[in-house]
Write a protein that binds this ligand. Structure first.
Ligand SMILES: Cc1cc2nc3c(=O)[nH]c(=O)nc-3n(C[C@H](O)[C@H](O)[C@H](O)COP(=O)(O)OP(=O)(O)OC[C@H]3O[C@@H](n4cnc5c(N)ncnc54)[C@H](O)[C@@H]3O)c2cc1C
Length: 304
């Protein structure tokens, strides 16, 4: 109920316009994002790298008003890629399809994703947004993957279709980040119960790790903070006889920090997603929806 309310707030333009003006809301976001500029993200990435943790960065923002805005997003990412190389950061980028023009057409987003992939030798990750975008996101991913190779895709275990999507993608040797999914979806497309979402996560993990065992070269990234999913992954890998270098864990900046460091100490690859940008409101509401207990931090900032 609270999750659905927070997800509703995340898509409400009136609240998106007003709530971010309050200082207590701005302060509460600090827990999940270091700041609004790429410099803020890069500073944190350097500190994490010193602890053996790699990073991915994302510029917040979605559903743009024009293709000119999409071009600005592309040039900002290109500048970031230049800086990442210059500074020597182990940092990848992750982009939302609607941020690079998907609402204006598949070709528009595809061309901009290709521009980003052409600007770097490292992997460009494609986020997965609400279910209405999945077919078009798969189209742009496939097309750039076949042409250029260095793109990865996020998939959501709460969607009923994802198992079939992964089976269809396997011949491409894809780099895949599995997450549970963060949007408000209907029962027609998504599992309503946590048990099914978790089971889906484990099944997808099994499928991708088996593909590695059979010589697949695609990266397997588990984007989760859930200790049970982390445990299941290490169990499956162990049973298949796969080493820790065959998969990676990814978490969001500010969440489960101790777990991130514990996994690194155990020899696991860990990558933290560091977000930045001024359009943080819908993204921040989705983080609160994942764990309504986080509302407590907002309340504390209000009291202070
Ligand atoms: C690297 C990365 C990339 C992602 N990319 C996408 C994407 O492209 N598309 C998409 O739909 N979703 C994306 N997500 C979000 C994802 O779908 C989930 O909503 C989110 O990761 C919470 O699910 P969980 O697996 O951590 O487990 P949950 O079952 O939600 O939580 C398990 C435990 O993790 C901790 N936890 C989880 N979330 C929080 C939080 N916000 N604050 C504090 N503690 C928390 C709590 O201890 C909780 O009990 C991404 C997540 C990560 C880590």
């Amino acid at each position: 109920m609270l999750r659905n309310s927070l997800l509703w707030v995340s898509t409400n333009p009136f609240l998106a316009e007003r709530l971010p003006r309050y200082r207590f809301v701005q302060k509460a976001t600090k827990r999940f994002m270091p700041g609004e500029t790429f410099d803020d993200a890069a500073g944190v990435a350097q500190a994490l790298q010193a602890k053996g943790i790699a990073t991915t960065t994302t510029l917040l923002g979605e559903n743009l008003n024009s293709l000119d805005e999409a071009d600005l997003v592309v040039s900002q990412y290109q500048e970031n890629l230049r800086r990442i190389k210059e500074v020597g950061l182990d940092m990848e980028i992750s982009v939302k399809p609607t941020q690079i023009g998907l609402d204006f057409g598949v070709d528009e987003a595809r061309d901009r994703l290709a521009q980003l992939a052409n600007s770097t030798d490292s992997l460009v990750w494609v986020d997965m947004e609400a279910s209405e975008y999945v077919d078009r996101t798969l189209d742009i991913f496939r097309s750039v993957k076949e042409e250029k190779g260095n793109v990865g895709l996020c998939v959501q275990s709460y969607l009923r279709r994802t198992e079939a999507d992964i089976e269809a993608l396997l011949p491409l040797d894809p780099a895949i980040r599995i997450v549970k999914g963060a949007y408000n979806e209907s029962e027609a497309v998504a599992f309503p119960g946590k048990g099914d979402v978790d089971r889906g996560f484990v099944t997808l993990t099994q499928t991708l790790l088996r593909a590695r065992l059979n010589g697949g070269r695609g990266r397997v990234v588990l984007g989760t903070h859930d200790p049970r999913m982390i445990g299941e992954t290490t169990r499956i890998a162990f049973e298949l006889g796969l080493g820790k270098e065959q998969y990676e864990f990814a978490m969001l900046f500010g969440i489960q920090r101790e777990e991130q460091e514990r996994l690194v100490r155990q020899g696991h690859n860990v990558r933290v997603l560091v977000s930045y940008g001024s359009a943080w409101f819908p993204w921040y509401m989705r983080r609160l929806a994942e764990r309504p207990a986080n509302l407590w931090f907002v309340a504390k900032q209000l009291v202070r």
